[in-house]
Design a protein around this ligand. Structure first.
Ligand SMILES: Cc1cc2nc3c(=O)[nH]c(=O)nc-3n(C[C@H](O)[C@H](O)[C@H](O)COP(=O)(O)OP(=O)(O)OC[C@H]3O[C@@H](n4cnc5c(N)ncnc54)[C@H](O)[C@@H]3O)c2cc1C
Length: 429
């Protein structure tokens, strides 16, 4: 009989095991991992560098990066926040560095540093790691004379185990969600989050790698109105599906932070739209269409003899400017003086409100997550214990929490794992 069995040897599972073993060395703790290796996602995370957390140290600000979990994570982040993550690694000799955009990586620039840290800590603290042990059954055991402690029977493809407490840290595994459903939990249906948009459009064809700071919003198909999303968010600006930040043109369409944010906040509505929708891009977010038109009319006066295509009229990458000028019906050799009002209006619209049809999505290889999982209202966020089934705990992506890209998803794993681990270590029976 184990005191605690942790199902899943990923980020959340390992961090839970280490927390328990450190805080209460008397407990017999084991991890059951289905794969032949542990921490495989940590290995590939952040392009092999592992973006462990984000340099946002105020819990009230940090929660704003979580389309699902914003309200629920406030309390947990007051207990264990990004500063605690940094301290955890520093205490173990691992320095983290902050990049310009706030993402934090190990100074070594390799995720192996994080894996080595966890594996060594697990060994030092006596955590048993059972690999190739895919869990296929979890059942609570009724307390009886024969079995006065109750607990759980956990069946792996190898053998059956008994444990007093269980932590489910299986990430986005549908089979485990099915098992949890059988135990009475509600599972919010999973949909992908953090993806890029597939767009086939002459205006962005042949210029992959071009990027610009933009605002972009999703348009509802029939009405052309901005799509609203029901996130029950307290942040007013998040109730409309729009975002701002760098947009990157790719071989397949559009990516970059502005697009990834939309994919996360709109994970469910965009799924419902079968990933077919229209976006509107303002390539010059500091301007409205009318202001740009005024500016273009001034340029027409000042640069009358110059060719439109060759003028650096606005702050945009040249290759994109050329595309947008052509899309406005202005020929390669047209001089400003010969531009018609309609052409200038077209150009102002292309620069500030160009519409692009999205048809499908692609995986963002740096980081992708699943929205969905154990319903938030069924988890006690003071302990990460199930509100329905005593001594069953959760940590990580198995819960219906996910974040935009930037180290926030791992922070969710560390925070949940720390709180679940602490609660278990401190609970007498
Ligand atoms: C390519 C990629 C890059 C990413 N990069 C980043 C990043 O840089 N920063 C960031 O914050 N987030 C990143 N993420 C997201 C992050 O990896 C996850 O949010 C995080 O790993 C979730 O941790 P977890 O422990 O809940 O789940 P996981 O890390 O997925 O771990 C779950 C573990 O449970 C095991 N398991 C599943 N089912 C069973 C079963 N039935 N029996 C036993 N074991 C089982 C799995 O094999 C796995 O080892 C990335 C994701 C991907 C896919």
């Amino acid at each position: 009989m184990f005191d605690v069995l942790i199902v899943g040897g990923g980020a959340a599972g390992y961090f839970t095991a280490i927390t328990i073993a450190e805080k209460n060395p008397e407990l017999k703790v084991a991890i059951l991992e289905r794969g032949k290796e542990v921490l495989t996602k940590v290995k590939v995370s952040g392009g092999g560098r592992c973006n462990v957390t984000h340099a946002e140290f105020d819990p009230n600000e940090l929660v704003k990066y979580y389309p699902r979990g914003e309200k629920e994570l406030k309390g947990p982040f007051h207990t264990f926040c990004s500063g605690d993550t940094i301290a955890f690694f520093e205490e173990r000799g691992i320095a983290l560095k902050i990049e310009e955009d706030g993402r934090m990586f190990p100074e070594s620039n390799t995720s192996q540093t994080i894996i080595d840290c966890f594996v060594n800590e697990g060994e030092r603290l006596g955590v048993k790691v059972l690999k190739n042990s895919s869990v296929v059954g979890i059942e609570p055991i009724e307390k009886s004379d024969k079995n006065p402690l109750g607990g759980y029977s956990v069946e792996s493809i190898q053998k059956k185990y008994h444990a007093k407490k269980i932590v489910v840290a299986t990430g986005s595994n549908p089979k485990i969600w099915k098992l949890l459903e059988k135990l009475g939990h509600k599972i919010v249906p999973p949909v992908p989050s953090l993806f890029t948009f597939n767009i086939k459009d002459e205006r962005i064809e042949g210029i992959p790698g071009v990027s610009a700071n933009v605002t972009v919003d999703v348009l509802a198909k029939k009405t052309g109105q901005k799509v609203t999303i029901d996130l029950k968010s307290k942040v007013a600006s998040k109730t409309i599906l729009e975002s701002e930040g760098p947009l990157l043109i790719t071989h397949w369409g559009m990516s970059g932070p502005a697009i990834l944010k939309l994919s996360a906040w709109g994970a469910r509505v965009l799924n419902e739209a079968n990933y077919k929708f229209t976006i509107r891009v303002n390539w010059l977010p500091e301007y409205h269409q009318e202001a740009v038109l005024k500016l273009l009319i001034q340029v027409k006066d000042v640069e009358a003899k110059k060719t439109v295509l060759r003028t650096h009229a606005v702050d945009l990458p040249k290759r994109l400017w050329v595309k947008l000028v052509k899309a406005s019906g202005i020929a390669s050799d047209t001089k400003w003086a010969d531009c018609t009002k309609i052409q200038l209006q077209n150009l102002a619209r292309e620069l500030t409100a160009g519409e692009y049809a999205v048809d499908g999505k692609s995986t963002f290889k740096e980081e992708f997550v699943t929205a969905g999982g154990v319903a938030l209202k069924e988890v006690n966020f003071k302990t990460y214990e199930s509100k329905l089934i005593p001594n069953l705990y959760f940590a990580g992506e198995v819960i219906n929490v996910d974040a935009i890209t930037g180290g926030f998803n791992f922070q969710n794993a560390w925070t949940g794992a720390f709180i679940a681990g602490t609660a278990i270590a401190n609970k007498s029976e």
